[in-house]
Design a protein around this ligand. Structure first.
Ligand SMILES: NC(=O)c1ccc[n+]([C@@H]2O[C@H](COP(=O)([O-])OP(=O)(O)OC[C@H]3O[C@@H](n4cnc5c(N)ncnc54)[C@H](OP(=O)(O)O)[C@@H]3O)[C@@H](O)[C@H]2O)c1
Length: 290
C-alpha cells in the first residue's frame, strides 16, 4: 500500500458519491480538499469542516490555483440530474480531461476516476461513451491512475421506491436482469482504498445481488403494500427511446437510456460492503414520515 503525504482533491464533492468520499477521508484523518463550482457550495462544505476550492472543470483557466499541495485527485464529476445545458461530452469527457491535464501539468501524482461497471461494453450509450473516452485518455497519460467501476448506487434505487409509493413499478424487459447496488458509504471506502493501492481498475457492487423484480418487491415490502409491477417490453422501450432521441435533449433521455441498458444486462459486480438496500428503503420511508 502506497502512502499519500499531500492533499487529496475531490472533484464531484457536492454529489452523492463525492460527499461520501470526503467523509471517508475525514474519518481516516486524511487531508482532503473539495473542488466545487460556486461560493455557496464552498461555504456549505466549509461549515461542515472541509476545505473547499472553487474551479470550473469546463473552464480550464479556473483550475490553475486549485492544486496547491495536492498529490492525488479523485473525480466523480459527471452529469446525472444536472440541467446546465451541457452534454456528457462537455462534462464527463472534456471536463474531466481538463481536470486531468491541469493536474498533470502541476505534477499531481495520481488520478482516480469513477466510471460504470462493464462500461467498456456499453459505449453505444451516450453517457457511458463519454466516460469511457475519458478512461481511454486517462490511461494514455503518463500518470498513475485507477478507475472504479461501480454498479448502481443506492441513491438511484430511490426511483424504484418512489414508483412503489405511487402504487406501480415500471420495469423495462422481464425484470430478471441482476444488479447489486451499493451504498455511498461502502463505495467511498473502495474509492479511497483505490487511491492507495496499485490496481488499475476496481469492479464493485453491494453485498446483495437482486433481480430488478426483487428490488421492486423489496420496495413494496418496506412500504407494506401489494406489489404491482408492469413490464414494458424491451422492443417497445427501445422504439420509444429511438423516437424520443429525435426530439429530446441527450441529458433528458440519457438516464432512461442508461436504465434500459442495465435492464437488459447483468450488472452483478463483485460483492462488497455491509449496507443493505432494505435498510436504505426503510430510511427513506422513515425520513418521509418525520
Ligand atoms: N448513480 C449511479 O448509479 C452510478 C453508477 C455508476 C456510476 N455513476 C457515476 O458516478 C459519478 C458520481 O455519481 P453521483 O451519484 O455522485 O452523481 P451526483 O450526485 O449527480 O454528483 C455529480 C457531481 O458532478 C458535478 N457536476 C455535474 N455537472 C458538472 C459541471 N458541469 N461542472 C462541474 N461539476 C459538475 C456535480 O456538481 P454540482 O453539485 O455542482 O452539480 C456533482 O458534484 C457520475 O459520473 C455517475 O455517472 C453513477
Amino acid at each position: 500500500m502506497n502512502s499519500i503525504q499531500g492533499k487529496i482533491l475531490i472533484a464531484g464533492a457536492t454529489g452523492y458519491l463525492g460527499r461520501h468520499v470526503l467523509a471517508e477521508l475525514k474519518s481516516r484523518n486524511l487531508s482532503a480538499v473539495a473542488l466545487v463550482r460556486t461560493a455557496s457550495q464552498a461555504k456549505s462544505l466549509e461549515d461542515e469542516g472541509f476545505e473547499a476550492r472553487i474551479g470550473q472543470v469546463t473552464s480550464p483557466d479556473t483550475l490553475r490555483d486549485v492544486f496547491e499541495g495536492v498529490e492525488v485527485v479523485f473525480s466523480s464529476i459527471g452529469i446525472t440530474r444536472q440541467k446546465d445545458g451541457l452534454t456528457y461530452d462537455d462534462v464527463d469527457y472534456q471536463g474531466n480531461l481538463n481536470l486531468l491535464r491541469a493536474a498533470k501539468a502541476v505534477g499531481v501524482r495520481k488520478f482516480g476516476y469513477t466510471s460504470v461497471y462493464r462500461g467498456d461494453g456499453f459505449r453505444h450509450v451516450k453517457i457511458i461513451d463519454a466516460k469511457e473516452r475519458f478512461v481511454d485518455a486517462l490511461r494514455a497519460e503518463a500518470i498513475e491512475s485507477c478507475v472504479v467501476r461501480p454498479t448502481g448506487f443506492f441513491s438511484d434505487m430511490a426511483d424504484f421506491f418512489s414508483m412503489a409509493k405511487q402504487g406501480r413499478v415500471f420495469l423495462f424487459g422481464n425484470g430478471e436482469a441482476k444488479l447489486n447496488p451499493i451504498a455511498g458509504e461502502d463505495l467511498a471506502k473502495v474509492c479511497v482504498d483505490s487511491l492507495f493501492d496499485n490496481s488499475l481498475e476496481v469492479n464493485v457492487g453491494g453485498p446483495q445481488t437482486y433481480t430488478q423484480n426483487d428490488i421492486a418487491r423489496l420496495a413494496f415490502k418496506v412500504l407494506g403494500t401489494r406489489p404491482v409491477i408492469t413490464h414494458i417490453p424491451m422492443r417497445v422501450a427501445k422504439f420509444l427511446l429511438g423516437f424520443s432521441k429525435l426530439f429530446v435533449k441527450q441529458t433528458d433521455y440519457g438516464p432512461i437510456e442508461m436504465y434500459m441498458t442495465v435492464s437488459d444486462h447483468s450488472m452483478a459486480a463483485p460483492e462488497y460492503g455491509i449496507r443493505t438496500l432494505e435498510d436504505h428503503f426503510l430510511s427513506i420511508k422513515n425520513d418521509a414520515e418525520k
